[in-house]
Design a protein around this ligand. Structure first.
Ligand code: ADP
Ligand code: ZN
Length: 233
């Protein structure tokens, strides 16, 4: 007798699970007292901010209490809000670290959105975990790799503790294939050089040139050497 009962129970569970599945948002329909972490990653121009804004707008429409944060370092378009490359916008609070987010989230807030999380330091991981443990839905967007194609800390750690991970790709500006990389076009080896269209572009793994920024520094140095001296080199 025990076996049919178990089978029936399984069917009920499966029905509940199916109801909770939506494209790009597996966990966002079922809402009990539990919090969770959703992470949206990918290169620049892949649509992370658009997706974050879409999810946050839906929560606002559903009259959930939403708070949105972004790092003060991202002065893209010199505004306080989250801005996508396609022009979508949502007001946000500016913070310097993940700890600041934890301090600023009100007890009644139900959904916390964070853009450009890769600029918020290690503390963003702990803050997201604490917020989820408090029962809040935490939606985070950020770059998973840097201009050299290396994992961009602390995003890999955030991925490890998240309930849901979505990776977006852009379109390679050279060949049109799926672009997983952020190509830096300017001469700088700093990890953080904030900029948009003219400083970066999306590239696929075949067209990606991780050393381009470095090569441009070398080119600039050669250009400053007087012609006669350069000729003897
Ligand atoms: P992210 O937050 O990942 O940098 P955004 O959400 O700000 O991305 O911007 C995505 C938008 O960028 C796209 O909808 C498109 O309008 C634009 N875009 C510019 N370059 C590209 C590209 N190479 N591939 C895809 N979209 C691009
Ligand atoms: Zn390509």
């Amino acid at each position: 007798m025990a076996a049919p009962f178990r089978a029936g129970r399984l069917l009920i569970l499966r029905a509940r699970y199916t109801r909770s599945c939506t494209p790009g948002g597996r966990v966002d329909i079922v809402k009990g007292n539990m919090g969770w972490i959703e992470v949206v990653v990918g290169p620049m121009f892949s649509g992370k901010s658009e997706e974050l804004i879409r999810r946050l707008r839906r929560a606002e429409i559903a009259k959930q209490r939403v708070q949105i944060f972004k790092p003060v370092i991202d002065q893209r378009y010199a505004k306080g809000g989250i801005v996508s490359h396609s022009g979508l916008e949502l007001d946000s609070e500016l913070v310097k670290t993940g700890e600041e987010i934890l301090a600023k989230v009100a007890p009644r807030t139900e959904v916390v959105g964070i853009d450009e999380a890769q600029f918020l330091g290690e503390s963003v991981v702990e803050s997201c975990v604490k917020l989820a443990d408090m029962g809040k839905r935490v939606i985070v967007a950020g770059l998973d790799t840097d201009f050299m194609g290396r994992p961009f800390e602390p995003m890999p750690r955030l991925l490890a503790v998240a309930e849901e991970i979505v990776k977006f790709l852009a379109i390679c500006m050279r060949c049109g294939n799926p672009a997983v990389h952020t190509q830096r076009l300017v001469a700088s080896e700093e990890l953080i050089v904030v900029g948009a269209g003219n400083m970066y572009e999306a590239r696929c793994r075949r067209c990606f040139e991780p050393h381009l920024a470095h090569d441009k520094i070398d080119e600039a140095k050669i250009a400053t050497i007087p012609k006669a001296q350069a000729a003897t080199r």
